[in-house]
Ligand binder design. Structure first.
Ligand code: PGA
Length: 252
């Protein structure tokens, strides 16, 4: 069966116990369970257990924002994929541009994290995307192609991988990529995946970067966009529900 459109909300380093409980309660009141989209909420690590309890029987899935490449050991301050799975996570974001640029994460580390996540039953959401300098120099495709080559494990398939294309210049800036640019890169991602491994057809490719209710429809309607990764707007229940609502016309 084809994957339904995916709407993933990356809360980043935001919300506390009380404010996150209110957000989930507002999403439930707003009818999130009735949506045909696959909704994933991705809170900070401190809230995962609590949110796992709150979303039981709602149809909402749980994701984490990062994991360490090892399963356990002397890595003070880190959280492993096994730990995330044990508290109810189904997904984990890997290689978000904030991890790459602010914390120096490399493609090799992301690949190791991917293996570890899959081993623990998590589906990685692997982020790729170019910065403004790379885009202006005409290097967006090469940047994204290299990231895919170096971050992805060999046997990627729709059962163990989601890709998120997030141009860095569009994250948190209010600037969104134009539909033509999104289509061009998504098709490049699709071709790169296929060249790597023949069985990659159904791998969802999400778009991320300043997705809002006002621009979600024109992004979600694009044929090779399998959903969206939403940052800022996922913290506002009205906006997040409005984005989810835009999937009602999207075919699987
Ligand atoms: P944004 O963040 O929607 O706030 O631009 C997207 C992301 O970083 O995943």
């Amino acid at each position: 069966m084809a994957t339904p459109p995916i709407i993933a909300g990356n809360w980043k380093m935001n919300l506390l116990l009380e404010s996150s409980t209110k957000l989930i309660s507002d999403l439930k009141k707003g009818g999130i369970s009735k949506s045909r989209a696959r909704v994933i909420v991705i809170p900070p690590a401190t809230l995962l257990s609590s949110i796992a309890d709150q979303i039981k029987n709602t149809g909402i899935f749980l994701g984490a924002q990062n994991c360490h490449e090892e399963l356990k050991g002397a890595f003070t301050g880190e959280v492993s994929a096994e730990m995330l799975a044990s508290v109810g996570c189904n997904y984990v974001i890997l290689g978000h541009s904030e991890r790459r640029t602010l914390f120096g994460e490399t493609n090799a580390q992301i690949k190791a994290k991917m293996s570890s996540a899959i081993k623990c039953g998590l589906t990685p959401i692997v982020c790729v995307g170019e910065n403004l300098r790379q885009r202006e120099a005409g290097g967006a495709m090469d940047t994204v192609g290299k990231q895919l080559e170096e971050c992805l494990i060999d046997k990627v398939s729709k059962d163990n991988c989601i890709i998120a294309y997030e141009p860095i210049w569009a994250i948190g800036t209010g600037q969104t990529a134009e539909p033509d640019d999104i289509e061009e890169i998504h098709s490049h991602i699709r071709n790169t995946l296929k060249a790597k491994e023949p069985n990659t057809d159904g791998i969802p490719i999400l778009y991320g970067g300043s997705v809002k209710p006002e621009n979600a429809s024109k992004i979600l309607v694009l044929p090779d966009v399998g959903g969206v990764l939403v940052g800022g707007a996922s913290l506002n229940p009205k906006d997040f529900l409005a984005i989810i609502d835009k999937t009602s016309g999207k075919s699987e």
